[in-house]
Ligand binder design. Structure first.
Ligand code: PHE
Length: 340
């Protein structure tokens, strides 16, 4: 028969291996069960021993019992804390906890500027007119007096899909489409949208950019009407302090033609580094619509005349926010975009 101390070490070894509360309970019953537990059985023949032996065995059995009880309690505590740690790890997500706030985007600065331009001109009665970015050679060039072999075509060199199909080099083809669609003047439209040119990216130009072109066709319009409209637009966008001027220029689709300048907002026209000491910044071209262009749009130039302009939206945004490199608008750098 085993001695009490052999029994207790056997029990402690079993306790150490136990992994669950149920296993511990089984061990407790096996060793400490009051009737058939192994410690109790050890004491079943104790009456036959002489008193000294009896006391010794009784004491040893008691010690074994206490050691087993202590072992059970300690292991029980370990199992419980392991169970809690497990829960903490596997069920750590508190689904009732509010999530981190989602970052919220905002409208791109070029879209903001485009919408501001649209709002101002719509308040004057202009309507937004859209056209295709993939355009035919006729609308992009021919209809605008840029006939085949015309040297000015070089200024609008674009990207061709076929000899007849290209990415539009400006938004002027939409003027022709609008005249053909509306047919009967008065026509007051603006055409915002992307256009493309065969230029290498630089601080002032890109192979793709956006324009807002405008077209007015009515009775007896004058350069003064055009200048007044553009002055109103510029001052609505940039404030009353801005001045505008037109400089004689050449476009095959307008006669007379002008470049359109706005005073630099940094120096108020005094001349500074950012306007290269000119005091003026060029925004685009404008002029009175050439009679042949009206005819190409199906409008009788003996009854009607018109003016048109084409401004770069990026240029307008640079003017508004004093940005000195056009490429920044398309680099998707949040440090830049978040400023607007
Ligand atoms: N289409 C011209 C350009 O892209 C701008 C322009 C439009 C000039 C209308 C005069 C009249 O450069």
């Amino acid at each position: 028969m085993s001695s009490p101390s052999a029994l207790s070490s056997e029990a402690l070894a079993a306790i150490a291996k136990a992994r669950t509360k149920a296993e511990l309970e089984a061990i407790e019953l096996e060793y400490l069960g009051r009737k058939s537990g192994r410690i109790s059985s050890l004491l079943s023949g104790i009456g036959k021993l002489d008193p000294a032996e009896r006391a010794k065995l009784g004491q040893a059995a008691n010690e074994a019992k206490r050691a087993i009880e202590a072992g059970l309690a300690a292991r029980q505590a370990e199992i419980e804390s392991a169970r809690l740690a497990d829960i903490a790890e596997t069920e750590a997500i508190d689904i009732t906890f509010p999530g981190p706030p989602l970052g919220r985007g905002h409208i791109h600065v070029l879209t903001q500027v485009r919408r501001q331009i649209e709002t101002v001109l719509e308040s004057l009665g202009y309507q937004v007119e859209l056209g295709p970015e993939v355009e035919t050679e006729w609308y992009n060039f021919e209809a605008l007096n840029l006939t085949a072999g015309h040297p000015a075509r070089e200024n609008w060199d674009s990207f061709y899909f076929t000899p007849e199909l290209l990415l539009r080099a400006h938004n002027s083809p939409v003027q022709i489409r609008a005249m053909q669609r509306i047919k009967e003047p008065p026509i007051y439209i603006i055409t915002p949208g992307r256009c493309y040119r065969r230029d290498a990216p630089e601080a002032t130009r890109l192979p793709y950019f956006s324009q807002v072109e405008g077209l007015a066709v009515d009775h007896a319009l004058t350069v003064g009407d055009m200048k007044g409209t553009l002055l109103y637009m510029i001052q609505s966008l940039y404030g009353k302090a801005r001045k505008v001027r037109v400089r004689p220029s050449y476009f095959p689709f307008t006669e007379p033609s002008f470049e359109f300048d706005v005073t630099c907002g940094i120096c108020n026209g005094m001349g500074c580094k950012s306007c290269r000491h000119k005091g003026w910044l060029e925004v685009g071209g404008c002029g009175m619509v050439h009679p042949q262009v009206l005819r190409n749009g199906g409008i009788d130039p003996t009854r009607w005349n018109g003016y048109a302009w084409g401004f770069g939206i990026e240029r307008m945004a640079m003017l508004k926010h004093d940005v000195d490199d056009i490429r920044l608008f398309y680099e998707s750098d949040l440090r830049f975009l978040e400023q607007f």
